[in-house]
Design a protein around this ligand. Sequence first.
Ligand code: ADP
Ligand code: NI
Length: 214
Amino acid sequence: MDKNIVCDAIEYVKTVFKDDYSGHDYFHTLRVYKLATRIAEHENADLLTVQLAALLHDVDDVKLSPETHANKDRAVAFLREHGVSVDMIKTVCEVIDEVSFRGADSVSPKTIEGKCVQDADRLDAIGAIGIARTFAFGGSHKQAIYDPDVKPLLNMSESQYRNHVSTTLNHFYEKLFLLKDMMNTSTAKKLAEERDEYMRGFVAEFLDEWDGNR
Ligand code: ADP
Ligand code: NI
C-alpha cells in the first residue's frame, strides 16, 4: 500500500468536490475526516480504515454521483490504484455503505470503524455547521426556507425521505433533531448534545422572529 495514501486521498477529494455548493464540499469531507480520527482515537478503532472511509464516504454518494453509487467505482478505483488489498477495500466499502442517514431505515454500523465514521458524518450535519449546510442544501435544491402550511413528516422510510418535498426548516424535525439520539459512541454523544442544544436555540429564535414576537 502507498505510504502517502491518506495525503493522496485528501488531494483526491479536493478535486472531486471542488464545484459542490450543496453542503457536500471538500471541507465537509475534511471535517468528517478530522472528527472521525478524533473519535477513533478515543474508541481504539483501526485508524487507517476510519480515515480512508471518512475521506471517501461521499465520492460515490447516491445524490452526488448516482452512476457510480452501486459499486462505489470511484472509491474502489482510488484504493486499487494505491495498492490497497482486496480485503481492506471490502472493509472500507462496508463502512461507507453504512454511513448514510436513511430515515427510519438507517442502519447501525456493525464495526467500531463504521460507528466512528457514521458519528463524524452526523456530527457535521448538526450544530452551527449543520445549520449552514442545511440552508446551503435547501438553496441549491430550490427548497423554501420555511412554510408554516407544510408540516414535517416523521418516521419516514428511506424512499419517503429521499423523495418527499419539504422545507429547509422542516429538515430540522425530519432529520437533524433525531441525530443526537442516534450517535453510536460516547465521544460523539457528548459533542452531539452541545450541538443539538445550539441548533434548538436557533430554531426557536427563527420561529419567534417569523411570528413577529421579536
Ligand atoms: P448523509 O450525509 O447522511 O447521506 P445527506 O447527504 O442527506 O445525509 O445530508 C447531507 C447534508 O445535507 C446535511 O447537512 C443535511 O442535513 C443536508 N440535507 C439533506 N437533505 C436536506 C433537505 N431536504 N433539506 C435541507 N438540508 C438537507
Ligand atoms: Ni457526508
